[in-house]
Ligand binder design. Structure first.
Ligand SMILES: *Cc1c(COP(=O)(O)O)cnc(C)c1O
Length: 355
């Protein structure tokens, strides 16, 4: 927050380090290069194979820039459906409306989780990909409690000659800490926000393979600026550099491990008391609590928890038809872990709700 609120707010620097459209950027260049170096280091990436653009203002703009770089307007994309845990920007539309730029400017078709297990139905995705023939397969989600089968997704994308993009926004802190599979081995491009489990300022990153033939590097950089954005927010980039330094510290690994342990503890207390979780548990930082067996909606539980100063949010669970009155809530363990809670704290607090 100190970096984010610093005088770095005041400098324009369109372009990239060493190639700006403004003078007076010698310190900004050092800053942006430092952020780039730290981003590659945080995810163990070889700078000869991977590059990164640290200028996206946020996750949504990072995704739109990445799509702009990889495919043409009206090309076909497949992403995890919003009611199945995907993100709005992965092509979401309804029967009546194209909801985000990702469905307005591209043709999209969602893939789903298996409603009986809550796990992504990779077989159905493969079948539908054979029919729909996407140019881009997007993986990653905002409400998916399980790890991703990147090898399988790569195979499905390769079957169509499609790009594979991972949007690891929710889990990037866990990926940096080695607490979740890394998408980098299998993906062409990886986007992320920097403010979820990565615990940085509100911004986005786009990682790309430095493949000389397809020149994804130049396409991503041109898509961020000037195609989708103007001047980078250098104060935010400074905040990203700080967050990435923290993420490289051994203490961050301990934190990420604890986030997962706390989410698992939350899951096991609820399951012990007979409640239903989507996928029966979690492998990451969040749980999806299916309230339908209780005859409750997520909207009601969110309101009641607000009254008790418990902050969570209503969320669709597999098989839900309405996004306005969804059947579940999404609960994360990151913030309470930052406040030093461990499994015992989670268990005691949850258990006493049921006494
Ligand atoms: C949060 C999120 C985004 C969007 O990030 P904003 O910074 O809110 O624009 C994109 N993708 C996923 C998977 C997310 O969880």
């Amino acid at each position: 927050m100190e970096a984010n609120g610093s005088i770095l707010t005041n400098k324009y620097s369109e372009g990239l380090p060493g190639a700006r459209y403004y003078g007076g950027n010698e310190h900004i260049d050092i800053l942006e290069n430092l952020a780039r170096e730290r981003a590659l280091k945080a995810f163990n990436l070889d700078p000869k194979v991977w590059g990164v653009n640290v200028q996206p203002y946020s996750g949504s703009t990072a995704n739109f820039a990445a799509f702009t770089a990889l495919i043409q307007p009206q090309d076909r994309i497949m992403g995890l459906g919003l009611p199945d845990g995907g993100h709005l920007t992965h092509g979401y539309y309804t029967a009546k409306k194209k909801i985000t730029a990702s469905s307005i400017y591209f043709q999209s078709f969602p893939y789903r989780v298996d409603p009986s297990t809550g796990i992504i139905d990779y077989a159905q995705l493969e079948t539908n990909a054979n029919l729909f023939k996407p140019r881009l397969v997007v993986c990653g989600g905002s409400a998916y409690p399980r790890d991703w089968d990147y090898a399988r997704l790569r195979k499905i994308a390769d079957g169509q000659g499609a790009y594979l993009l991972s949007d690891m926004a929710h889990i990037s802190g866990l990926v940096a800490a080695g607490e979740q599979s890394s998408p980098f081995e299998y993906c062409d491009v990886v986007t992320t926000t920097t403010h979820k489990t990565l615990r940085g300022p509100r911004a986005g990153l786009i990682f790309f393979r430095k493949d000389k033939e397809s020149d994804i590097e130049a396409r991503v950089n041109a898509a961020v600026f000037p195609a989708c954005q103007g001047g980078p927010h250098n104060n935010t980039i400074a905040g990203i550099a700080v967050a990435l330094k923290q993420a490289a510290d051994p203490a961050f690994k301990t934190y990420a491990k604890q986030v997962r342990a706390n989410a698992a503890a939350m899951a096991s207390v609820l399951v012990k008391h007979g409640y239903r979780l989507q996928t029966d548990g979690t492998e990451n930082h969040l749980i999806l609590w299916d309230l339908r067996p209780l005859g409750l909606t997520g909207s009601k539980v969110e309101k009641i928890c607000d009254a008790a100063h418990i902050t969570l949010n209503k969320n669709a669970v597999a098989g839900d038809t309405s996004a306005l009155v969804p059947g579940g809530v999404r609960v994360g363990a990151s913030a309470l872990t930052s406040r030093s809670m461990v499994e015992k704290d989670v268990e005691v607090r949850l258990d006493c709700l049921f006494d």
